[in-house]
Write a protein that binds this ligand. Structure first.
Ligand code: CTP
Ligand code: MG
Length: 223
């Protein structure tokens, strides 16, 4: 679970993964969902080297904690894969990468991903078909439409994304730090990751208004 970002779009005075939501730091909810999937052997969290907060935020966490995050998400994920290697993981082992910021994750979506991909040659990702009509903005600062882009066959990529360790290492090494998800790196090697439908609810807390929405949904689930 990459959790080494600063949350620059979130408008908070601390990294978004530590903002309290429904009584707990955001990433504690994410880890709770992962802990409820017994098929996952172990959870590894990749933090920023300067992170001093994790152990206090999630005192009951029992997985690996590595302060080896990099300047981009791809670099943090690559560092996490190195950590897995050092623990003895092998080329053919499945790895699921999940954004700390997707705290609405439900264990049943992870299980759906596992059962869709475990017999697949490549792997896949949770995703959601786009419902809205898509507008491409004109270049430059003005917020005006250049044209409408067909939403047919368009999906929004979510996480977890599930690939075999060897393939994912290779894909990320070749793609460099610009990719914003694992699947796009794997696609560049010519593979076709499987799309596994989750729900809109599996959104990534990103903008200031997302915290209130995440909190309302988490509280509604618990009551
Ligand atoms: N992430 C990471 N290392 C980075 C950047 C991001 O581990 N250098 C993690 C984040 O902590 C988050 C996930 O990747 O859990 C998804 O990234 P994003 O939503 O973009 O988070 P931030 O980069 O923190 O936010 P922003 O882009 O708004 O700065
Ligand atoms: Mg980011």
């Amino acid at each position: 679970m990459p959790a080494a970002g600063s949350g620059s779009r979130a408008g908070q005075c601390q990294p978004k993964q530590y903002v309290p939501i429904a009584g707990r730091p955001l990433l504690a909810h994410t880890l709770e969902a992962l802990a409820a999937v017994p098929e996952l052997t172990r959870v590894a969290v990749v933090l920023a080297p300067e992170d001093t907060r994790f152990e206090q935020a999630v005192p009951d966490f029992e997985g690996w904690v590595w302060r080896t995050g990099g300047a981009t998400r791809a670099a943090s994920v690559a560092a996490g894969l190195q950590g897995l290697r050092a623990q003895g993981a092998l080329d053919a082992d499945w790895v699921l990468v999940h954004d700390a910021a997707r705290c609405l994750l439900r264990p049943q979506w992870v299980r759906a991903l596992l059962s869709a991909c475990r017999d697949d040659a490549v792997g896949g990702l949770l995703a959601q078909p786009i419902a809205d009509t898509l507008k491409l903005q004109q270049e430059g600062a003005c917020e005006q439409v250049e044209r409408t882009v067909s939403r047919e066959r368009m999906w929004a990529a979510q996480t977890p994304q599930m690939f075999r360790l060897g393939l994912l290492e290779d894909a990320l090494a070749k793609a460099g730090e610009g990719v914003t998800d694992e699947a796009s790196a794997v696609e560049r090697l010519g593979h076709a990751p499987r799309l596994v439908r989750a729900a809109l609810e599996n959104f990534k807390v990103t903008l200031p208004e997302d915290f209130a929405l995440a909190e309302a949904l988490l509280k509604a689930r618990k009551s």
